[in-house]
Design a protein. Sequence first.
Length: 202
Amino acid sequence: MAVGVNYNPRGLAHACVALALLLTSLSVMAIEEPSFQTLISEPPFEHRRYSGFVVAETTLEGSFDAASRAGFRRVAGYIFGDNTVQNGGSKKIAMTAPVTVEPKEGGWRLHFVMPGSEKLESLPRPNSAEVNLRRVGEHDVVAIQFSGWTTEAAIAEATAKLKSWAQTKQLQIVGSPQVARYNDPFTLPWRRRNEILIEVAR
C-alpha cells in the first residue's frame, strides 16, 4: 500500500529562501585574518611573509578531531568573555580566522589569532589556566589551499604536496605543518577553505 506524503510547495519555497539567505550571510560575513605579504603565488601554493601577531592558544592530547573540538571550546570561551580585564570585568574579543592546529610535544596546540587592534598588553587575562597568550613574530610560511573535510588522509596528501613544492623553490622547512581552517562548521564541504601552513627559513 502506498504511503501518502503531504507536500506543501509554499512551505518548501520558504525553507529554500531561508537556507539561501543563511548561506549568503555566512559567506559574506567579514572576519579578520592575519595580514601577510605574498612572495610567491602558484595556486594552490603560496610563499608568504606574515606580520607579527598575538595568539590565544591551548594544548591538548588525544586524536586530531577530539583535540580540535575541545581546543576550540576552550579558546572560544576566552574570546566570548571567560577572561578578566584590569578593572575586574570581562571583555568580548572579535572572532578571527583561521583556527589553527599543529602537533606539539605528543599532543596538539590550537590557536586563534587575536585581532590586529589588540596588543599582548591590552588583552584580558584568561580565566582558564589552560589558555595562554603568546606573541608570534614576523615569519615566513609556505601554504597550500584545499577544500573538503580535513581528514587525516586529506591533511597528509596536502602536506606532502606542499613539502615537495617548497623543495622545488629551495625553501628550507623549519616548522611543523599547521592545519588552518577558515569556515564555520555549517559550511558545505566543497565551499570550505582549508590550508596547510609550514614555517620556512627567511
